[in-house]
Design a protein around this ligand. Structure first.
Ligand code: 8YV
Length: 331
């Protein structure tokens, strides 16, 4: 009988996914409600055939140098693979896969929800529960937010998620603008009525709301730098459901604190799972909305991601190329 591969999963997955994994593999599942420690990850790559990491697990060259003779596959539970040194893995004959396409709509829903909410949530004095636990009665000038209908939305990164955000935002009456490494196909631009900006600087200076939807790569690290953030209008909002590393968080915090930006909503952070204490303080001052990386966090989406992980592992173990193999050229 063929030996079942030892598969180490770094975080708890939906029950239906874990049940299937136990049926198919020698599954070692981490049910502690915390990330695995570096020592635990080192033991995993030393002993396992397959590792299933999530976004906060750093799979770098130093860890991969400790991998054992059986370790051949990193089946990432997630679309973004910036947590993995893909080139080092490939140099060691280790295949990397991810879970593309199944979290697009959920992440776009969350992004659109933040685009709609933030200009109203960060209205002056707006509170979920007023401090005095009773409201001073409705007034025409009470907690005034900002209209988004008719405003300009600048999307940084027009891939699957960026385009899904554009489809939603168009339906809400926003004017769609985007900056991307490459211009998208003309028919896509036409469908979305989207305006391409070759210059990110020029786009940022003219937008009312900016949505970050690009992957984190060496080229996009601090793409929204302190210099670029200063190009934004004071009444502009920033929404980030992509990767925290794309924005210079400290620069953003300084602008929010100084009132040089109307507000922001962040679902991702530079040093996850830690959150910049300056942002936490600003959240208490109602100048920023913070979420703990919930963009794709639906039960259906997590199950779809888990099923893609299982297919990638099974395909690889059957001696075939996994459908979601990641190559450095794709990043
Ligand atoms: C996932 C994400 O939840 O898939 C991604 O790239 O950022 C999230 O939507 C996360 O990766 C889970 O590991």
């Amino acid at each position: 009988m063929k030996k079942r591969p030892l598969v180490v999963v770094t975080r708890r997955l939906p029950d239906v996914v874990e049940t299937r994994m136990r049926e198919l593999f020698d599954a070692r599942l981490n049910h502690d409600d915390r990330p695995m420690t570096p020592d635990e990850l080192a033991t995993a790559v030393r002993e396992a055939d397959v590792l299933v990491p999530t976004v906060t697990d750093r799979i770098d060259a130093a860890l991969l140098a400790q991998s054992g003779p059986n370790f051949k596959l990193i089946a990432n539970f997630g679309n973004g693979v910036d947590n993995i040194d893909v080139q080092s893995a490939l140099d060691r004959g280790i295949t990397v896969t991810n879970t593309p396409g199944v979290l697009t709509e959920d992440t776009a829903d969350m992004t659109m929800g933040l685009i709609l909410t933030v200009p109203r949530r960060i209205a002056e004095g707006a509170r979920v529960v007023p401090d005095d636990h009773e409201w001073s009665g409705w007034s025409p000038t009470w907690m005034l937010g900002r209209r988004i209908w008719g405003k300009r939305l600048g999307i940084v990164g027009m891939g699957r998620i960026g385009q899904a955000v554009a489809r939603r935002a168009k339906a809400f009456g926003l004017s769609i603008h985007y900056h991307n490494r490459r211009r998208v196909a003309a028919h896509v631009e036409d469908q979305l009525e989207a305006t391409y900006w070759e210059s990110l600087d020029q786009m940022l200076a003219r937008m009312d709301i900016v949505s970050v939807n690009c992957p984190h790569t060496p080229a996009t690290y601090h793409l929204l730098s302190a210099r670029r953030l200063k190009l934004l209008k004071k009444e502009a909002y920033v929404v980030n459901t992509a990767r925290g590393e794309v924005i210079d968080e400290n620069a953003l915090a300084r602008m929010l604190e100084a009132g040089d930006l109307a507000g922001a909503a962040l679902d991702v952070f530079e040093n996850e799972p830690a959150v910049n204490p300056k942002l936490v303080k600003l959240a208490r001052q109602n100048k920023v909305v913070l979420l703990p990386h919930l963009g794709s966090a639906t039960l259906e989406g997590r199950i779809d991601m888990g099923e893609k992980v299982i297919v990638n592992i099974k395909t690889y173990m059957d001696g075939h190329r996994p459908p979601d193999r990641v190559l450095p050229s794709m990043l």
